[in-house]
Design a protein around this ligand. Structure first.
Ligand SMILES: [Zn+2]
Length: 374
């Protein structure tokens, strides 16, 4: 990753570059920044810059042998430590057991947060830790010769997830640092890190991404109006992940709304071919989106029933949903609301348990045909 790929953070980039050109690279640094600020991306860009064979005053070159290896995160002098999970088959996990998955996710999304990482690991309990065996791994790697570059770099992501024994071992290492080794601790929250470790590291405080940089990045990525861009970037509050999440959610709710209308219209009109075409579209979406659609539909059905009973004031509908619901609510009444909700819940239940989605959704739609007729 090059500095140019990191969103905003101009001042930090300049400061890091200056430390290299002045030859004052501190051997242990703590990149502290909130989620979506780019603290991990910056650590990668910094490490790549240090080992680049042809860097300039602004960035690494991106094309030398070292940069090419950094681009794939496979430089032999670049090491990672990150939280991992225990599984049935592995109750002594260390980072290297998951290095393949780690490279994959990091190349795809260098702004990732812990939740996304644990989801990638398919962890059900959503807890991750840097376990005790990691400290001997760290020592082992530090004893390796540097292969290709002057510096060995060890990026420790989320040191706040270190178990106490690991922290204590790391502290010893930081107290007597091996030569030509750079530790970059990348943290979102220092309150769980040993104060003695904090005192051994140089703090690099990464602020939230500034408005203009985030605005321009989002503008390049998505086709949005100025008004939408302003709203999203303001709400995202300097968090790149949050900005993406807001966009995804609004796209998804748009999609859900359209699919809901299509389904209800086709069911009401008993248009079987249209229903089958609808099933094809939603079957392409994957289970998570299907479940979100069903949840969304449950909410709209509930709100429409409330509308039907004449309690307009307590419904929670967007403008578009409300306008559609004015007429649609006439069809959702005490005779069918429970059964319709049950059908949606049932479909949710079966999809969650890996049933065959096309059959489940077609079956649900055909029940709707009947229920909407009552
Ligand atoms: Zn280079």
């Amino acid at each position: 990753m090059q500095f140019s790929e990191v969103i905003g953070q101009q001042k930090i980039k300049e400061r890091l570059i200056r430390s290299v050109t002045d030859g004052r690279i501190s051997h242990a640094q703590l990149f502290l920044g909130s989620e979506g600020s780019g603290n991990l991306s910056l650590s990668l860009a910094f490490a790549q810059y240090i080992t680049c064979l042809d860097r300039n005053d602004h960035d690494s070159c991106g094309v030398c042998p070292s940069c090419l290896k950094y681009k794939k995160l496979i430089h032999p002098d670049l090491h990672f430590v990150f939280p991992v999970v225990k599984t049935k088959n592995n109750d002594n996990p260390v980072s290297d057991h998951y290095i393949k998955e780690w490279r994959e996710i990091l190349l795809e999304n260098p702004y990732l947060n812990l939740k996304q990482w644990l989801e990638k690991l398919d962890s059900e309990n959503l807890q991750g830790s840097i376990y005790k065996n990691e400290s001997s791994e760290i020592l082992r790697k530090l004893n390796l010769k540097t292969y290709e570059s002057e510096f060995k770099v060890m990026i420790i992501w989320m040191p706040e997830k270190m178990q106490p024994t690991t922290s204590n071992k790391l502290l010893k290492i930081l107290e007597e640092p091996p030569p030509k080794t750079l530790f970059i601790l990348v943290s979102e929250n220092t309150s769980q890190i040993l104060p003695t470790i904090l005192s051994r590291t140089q703090l690099v405080k990464i602020p939230k991404i500034d408005f203009d940089s985030l605005y321009n990045k989002i503008k390049d990525l998505y086709n949005l109006s100025v008004q939408e861009l302003n709203d999203i970037v303001r709400l995202a509050d300097g968090n790149y992940l949050k900005a993406n999440e807001i966009i995804r959610e609004s796209e998804e709710s748009e999609f859900n709304f359209k699919m809901f209308i299509d389904l209800m219209r086709s069911c009401y009109g008993r248009e079987i071919l249209k229903i089958i075409a609808w099933v094809e579209i939603i079957a392409e979406q994957g289970r998570e989106k299907q479940k979100n659609f069903l949840e969304y539909s449950l909410r709209l059905i509930r709100e429409n029933f409330i509308l039907n009973t004449g309690q307009e004031k307590i419904t929670l509908l967007s403008e578009k949903e409300a306008s559609f619901s004015q007429k649609f609510s006439l069809f959702i009444n005490s005779k069918n609301v429970i059964q319709i909700s049950e059908e949606l819940n049932k479909a949710y239940f079966h999809i969650e348990r890996n049933g065959y989605d096309k059959i489940i959704l077609l079956d649900m739609a055909l029940k709707m045909v009947k229920l909407l007729k009552k």
